[in-house]
Design a protein around this ligand. Structure first.
Ligand code: AMP
Ligand code: MG
Length: 456
């Protein structure tokens, strides 16, 4: 059996790191080696496919558009007429008889004589023999009630008998959308691994697709550990606090569109912990715990994880969020017995839980869901206050950022950077990302920020 330690050792450069001062990038790389896609596929109706991960390429069964069509309201004609009238000689005009009309959904099916055209509306199929559309604004109409028609913008009655326009008003092939120009039949319209967005749902609908193969949602079990924790709705006994991590974790998992399995609060007691971990490995692909991974007297999580699975205990060179357990646990209660699940033991402090989730867990869950994790964009900003920072760890400070009138982003840290102060996460709208090697910053220095929008 491949073990976590042998994998991280075989990654070459990763083995050079002290597991008690593991750079964030090294931890992310080890985790991603383990986070291989786990889940089978299932078919869902198009309407239920938003934010799901596409399980196989979507091949276009038709051409989109299905036929050459007009991009404008105007008149369709054969551009050979332009040559006859030598468009290069400026001022030359062309007069064409209007043979009929083409509406979207109502093609013109008649033949077109030389020096004739067809009144055409946007999206209507190009009549056979026509390759160019002259926009209606560029023509002069003649006919019994042509003026009224133009004023009313209506085509209810066939009133225009002929049109005249400057031959240089249009080039051959203009204002025509080609069959298959958006998507050609037989080509991949969407690639497997894509997290489906609104435009993708519409695009599949435009291909006439009814249902789609997506990955089953990743099942993620999570629980809080600690004798001091009470759930909202329970009385707060002396010395106790309300459990917030289970709620932030549940909410962040909802945002990732995985299937969250809430296993409640588990007391600091070895038997309860072992039973919950085994049940979690039985039902879930991934297990998240919070609390109990630092070295404290009541930290039974640590010993239980060591017994039940193949788990490493890291000190990340990260702030907040230093202690982290990572590995596999088995439902049978010992390595190799029963069903395995990937395990992340997150720190108990509420902000540390969130930072560890975003930086380490989130990319792994995305990869295990069958999608490719994309790095969250960093935006250059000017820091409006000095920041104390020790080189040798990556810091994710909570900040409030805004753009000035010149388009420059400015950021200031929220007051407290305590890893227990969840209120400052709510106050902030970004992380100020201070790179591993960076040192103290003066007011006005350049920093990178990671906006919460679309992330939290
Ligand atoms: P621990 O790592 O278990 O020692 O927890 C570190 C700190 O985080 C302690 O102050 C805990 O009370 C607090 N903590 C642990 N779990 C939670 C939780 N689920 N909700 C809120 N605070 C927590
Ligand atoms: Mg605890």
């Amino acid at each position: 059996m491949t073990t976590l330690n042998s994998i991280s050792g075989s990654a070459g450069s990763l083995s050079q790191f002290d597991p008690q001062a593991l750079p964030v990038s090294a931890a992310q790389a080890i985790v991603l080696q383990w986070a291989t896609p786990q889940v089978p596929s299932e078919r869902v109706p198009l309407r239920d496919a938003l934010a799901r991960v596409l399980a196989s390429d979507v091949i276009s069964p038709i051409d989109v558009p299905a036929h050459d069509n007009s991009a404008m309201d105007g008149y369709a004609f054969d551009s050979a007429s332009l040559l006859v009238h030598d468009a290069a000689s400026s001022g030359a005009t062309l007069t064409l008889n209007v043979a009929g009309k083409a509406f979207a959904g109502h093609p013109y099916t008649g033949a077109i004589a030389p020096r004739a055209c067809v009144r055409i509306m946007t999206g209507a199929p190009m009549p056979a023999g026509c390759d160019t559309v002259v926009p209606q604004e560029r023509v002069e109409c003649s006919g019994s009630t042509a003026g009224e028609e133009a004023a009313a913008g209506s085509l209810a009655e066939a009133v225009t008998e002929s049109i005249t326009f400057r031959a240089d008003a249009v080039t051959p092939g203009a204002n025509r959308r080609r069959k298959g120009e958006d998507l050609a039949r037989g080509n991949a319209a969407l690639r497997a691994g894509r997290v489906l967005r609104a435009s993708d749902i519409g695009l599949m609908a435009s291909l006439g697709i009814v249902d789609v193969a997506v990955r089953r949602r990743l099942r993620v079990a999570y629980f809080s550990t600690g004798d001091e924790l009470r759930s909202p709705g329970e009385p707060l006994d002396p010395g106790c606090i309300y459990d917030s991590n289970r709620y932030t974790l549940g909410a962040m998992l909802q945002r990732l569109n995985v299937e969250p399995i809430d296993l409640g609060v588990v007391r600091d007691d070895p038997e309860s912990l072992a039973a919950t971990l085994k049940a979690a490995a039985e039902s879930a692909d991934v297990v998240l715990t919070s609390g109990g991974v630092s070295v404290g007297e009541a930290d039974f999580t640590r010993t239980q994880l060591q017994t039940l699975g193949d788990v490493s205990f890291w000190g990340l060179a990260m702030r907040p969020g230093r202690p982290l357990a990572f590995g596999r646990i088995w439902s049978g209660g010992r390595p190799g017995a029963g069903r395995a699940a990937l395990l992340f033991g997150l720190p108990g402090n509420p902000v540390a839980t969130m930072v560890a989730f975003y930086q380490i867990v989130r990319p792994a869950l995305i990869a295990m869901s069958g999608a490719t994790p994309q790095p969250v964009p960093l935006i250059p900003a000017r820091c409006d206050a000095p920041i104390r920072k020790r080189p040798g760890r990556t810091e994710f400070q909570r900040g409030v950022a805004e753009r000035d009138a010149q388009g420059q982003w400015h950021v200031a840290p929220t007051g407290s950077q305590s890893s227990g102060a969840l209120s400052t996460m709510s106050e902030a709208n970004c992380f100020i990302v201070l790179a591993h090697e960076s040192a103290d910053l003066d007011a006005g220095d350049a920093v990178d920020i990671m906006l919460f929008d679309g992330l939290v």
